[in-house]
Design a protein around this ligand. Structure first.
Ligand code: NG6
Ligand code: CA
Length: 508
C-alpha cells in the first residue's frame, strides 16, 4: 500500500465544513485519542513552543471544552472505561497492562464498537490498544492468530500496538495476527525472564543507539531503545518508532477510503506523545522542546492528515470528530529525552497541579474537542463539566441503541452537552488516580478521598500523586489545588464521600 503522506507542515488544515447543512441521521464517528497529551499541550489550550494548527482548526470549527475528564490518570483504566462505559475501578485487573496481558475486556462484554456494529456501522480500532490480547496473560502464541482479539469486541478491522511503545511486543497486530509476520524470526514474549543470549538495556547500554532510559525501561532492546519486558524475534515485523505515526495514519486513511458507502466508527489512538518519544525526522525541530514537543507536532500532523482525508472523500460534513487524551501529561516518564530541560516555560498541564498518575487535576483534565458540522457551534469554548465515561451512552442515544441491561452501567447520555448545545452538566464526575484513589469533581468542588499512598510517584517522574491520608477538598476557584478546605466544609466532605460510597456500592 502506498499513500501520499505529505511533508510535515504541508497539509492544509481542514477548513470549517459548512455549518448550515442538516446533520445526517447516521453520521460517521471518529474518536481521536492521544496518549499522555496534557491539558496545556495544544495551541488552542495555550501551548507554548509548539504550534498545532490542525487541531486548532478543528477547535475553530467545533466546541473546545475546558473541563473534560478522562476517567483515570493512566491509560488502561481510562481506555477501558471509555470503550465499555464502566468505571475501571469496578474491576481488579484494569491497572496499566503488560504487553502480554490477556484481553481485559471479555468477548461477551458490550463495547462501544458492539454498539456501532449493531447499528450497521463499520468499526475500526487503530493505534495504541493497551487492553490486553488473547485468552490468558503470558500464554499468547504471537506466531499464530490470537484466539481472542478485537474482532470479538465488535471491531471489524483493527491495526494496533498490543500495549504501549515502551512495552514489548514491538509489532503491530492486524485483525488478531502479527502484521508483516516474519516466519524466519518467531516471536517470544516474557515479562519475567529474558531469553538466553538476548541483549538488554541493562547489560548492553552500548546498543542503545536511539534512546537511553532514565528510569525502568532497561529490558529488551528494539530499534536501539530498551523497553519494559523481554522479547525475542520479530524480524521485519518489528516496528520502527519513527514510523509509528505514519503507519497508523496510513492504515486509518485506508480504512476511510474503503468505507465511504456505509457509516463508520473509528477509534484512532495515537502513540504520541507517550514515551519513548521518537518522532519521524520530518518533525524534528518543529518545536523548541525536543522530542516531546516534536511528538506534539507529529500528533497535529496526524490529525490534519485524517481531517484532510475526510474532506477529500467528501464526508467531513457527515462525520463527528472527537479529539481527546487518555490521561494527563508527564515530562520524564522513563527515557532520557531532555523533555524537562527543554520545556522553556511550556506547561504541559496548562498550569494544573499534578500530571499523569495524579489525583490532582493535571491527572485527568484533558483536552476535548468535538466537531459535528451543522450541530456544534463553530469555535465555542465550553466550560461544562464532561467525562469520557459518557461517550458510549451519548453515541448510543444518537444511534437509538438498545444497550443490554447491565452493560455500560456508568455511562449517561450527555450528547447535547458534548456537542455544545446544553450547558447543564453532569452533577459530578469521578476520577481514578494513583493507588486507585478516587476523586470527585463537581462544577464547584474537587474532593480527593484519603489515601495512605506516597505523596510523589515513587519512580522518578517527579509528579505529585495528590494523595494524603486525610480528606482534601478544594474549591474550583483554587485552580492550583493549594488550599484544602475540608475542615471548613464538613458537610461538603460528607456529600462527596456519599457520592463515592454510593458509586462503590453499585458494584456490590
Ligand atoms: C509506567 C512506566 C511509564 C509508562 C506507564 C504507562 C516505568 C518506570 N514507567 O509504569 O513509562 O509506560 O507505566 O503509561 O516503567 S500509560 O500512559 O500507558 O498508562
Ligand atoms: Ca497514557
Amino acid at each position: 500500500m502506498i499513500l501520499t503522506m505529505g511533508a510535515a507542515g504541508a497539509i492544509a488544515c481542514s477548513a470549517a465544513p459548512a455549518a448550515n447543512k442538516q446533520p445526517a441521521a447516521r453520521p460517521n464517528v471518529l474518536v481521536i485519542l492521544a496518549d499522555d497529551l496534557g491539558y496545556g499541550d495544544l495551541g488552542c489550550y495555550g501551548a507554548k513552543n509548539v504550534t498545532t494548527p490542525c487541531v486548532d482548526s478543528l477547535a475553530a470549527s467545533g466546541v473546545r471544552f475546558t473541563d473534560c475528564h478522562a476517567t483515570a490518570a493512566t491509560s488502561t483504566p481510562s481506555r477501558y472505561a471509555l470503550l465499555t462505559g464502566e468505571y475501571a475501578w469496578r474491576r481488579k485487573d484494569t491497572d496499566v497492562a503488560a504487553g502480554n496481558a490477556g484481553m481485559i475486556i471479555r468477548p461477551e462484554q458490550y463495547t462501544m464498537a458492539d454498539m456501532f456494529k449493531s447499528a450497521g456501522y463499520r468499526t475500526a480500532a487503530i493505534g495504541k490498544w493497551h487492553l490486553g490480547l488473547g485468552d490468558r496473560t503470558g500464554e499468547q502464541d504471537w506466531n499464530a492468530p490470537l484466539p481472542a482479539a478485537l474482532g470479538d469486541l465488535g471491531f471489524d478491522y483493527s491495526y494496533i500496538m498490543a500495549a504501549t511503545a515502551d512495552r514489548v511486543p514491538c509489532v503491530f497486530i492486524e485483525n488478531g495476527q502479527v502484521a508483516n509476520y516474519d516466519p524466519s524470526a518467531p516471536i517470544e514474549v516474557n515479562y519475567h525472564h529474558n531469553f538466553p543470549g538476548e541483549t538488554t538495556g541493562k547489560d548492553n547500554p552500548e546498543l542503545l543507539t536511539n534512546m537511553r532510559p532514565s528510569h525502568g525501561h532497561d529490558q529488551s532492546i528494539v530499534n536501539g531503545i530498551s523497553r519494559i519486558g523481554y522479547m525475542k524475534g520479530g524480524g521485519k515485523a518489528l516496528w520502527k518508532d519513527e514510523n509509528i505515526a505514519d503507519s497508523i495514519t496510513a492504515h486509518a486513511v485506508n480504512f476511510l477510503r474503503e468505507n465511504t458507502d456505509e457509516p463508520f466508527f473509528m477509534y484512532f489512538a495515537t502513540n504520541d506523545v507517550h514515551v519513548p518519544r521518537f518522532p519521524n525526522e520530518r518533525f524534528r525541530g518543529k518545536s523548541t522542546m525536543g522530542v516531546r514537543g516534536d511528538a506534539i507536532a507529529q500528533f497535529d500532523w496526524t490529525v490534519g492528515r485524517l481531517l484532510a482525508e475526510l474532506d477529500s472523500l467528501g464526508i467531513a460534513d457527515n462525520t463527528i470528530v472527537v479529539l481527546t487524551s487518555d490521561n494527563g501529561p508527564v515530562v520524564d516518564d522513563g527515557y532520557d529525552d531532555r523533555a524537562k530541560e527543554l520545556l522553556g516555560g511550556h506547561s504541559p498541564t496548562g498550569g494544573l497541579r499534578g500530571g499523569k498518575y495524579s489525583a490532582f487535576e493535571g491527572g485527568t483534565r484533558v483536552p476535548f474537542i468535538v466537531r459535528w458540522p451543522g450541530v456544534t457551534p463553530n469555535g465555542l469554548t465550553d466550560s461544562t463539566i464532561v467525562s469520557h465515561i459518557d461517550l458510549l451512552a451519548s453515541f448510543g442515544s444518537l444511534l437509538d441503541a438498545r444497550i443490554p441491561r447491565g452493560s455500560a452501567p456508568d455511562s449517561q447520555n450527555a450528547l447535547d452537552a458534548i456537542t455544545g448545545r446544553d450547558f447543564t452538566s453532569r452533577p459530578w464526575v469521578i476520577e481514578q488516580a494513583y493507588d486507585n484513589t478516587l476523586s470527585v469533581r463537581t462544577p464547584e468542588w474537587k474532593y480527593i478521598h484519603p489515601s495512605k499512598g506516597p505523596a510523589i510517584v515513587p519512580w522518578g517522574t517527579e509528579i505529585e500523586t495528590g494523595l494524603r491520608n486525610e480528606p482534601q477538598l478544594f474549591h474550583t476557584s483554587d485552580r492550583d489545588e493549594l488550599h484544602n478546605v475540608a475542615a471548613k466544609y464538613p458537610d461538603v466532605v460528607n456529600e462527596m464521600e456519599a457520592i463515592i460510597a454510593g458509586e462503590r456500592n453499585k458494584s456490590k
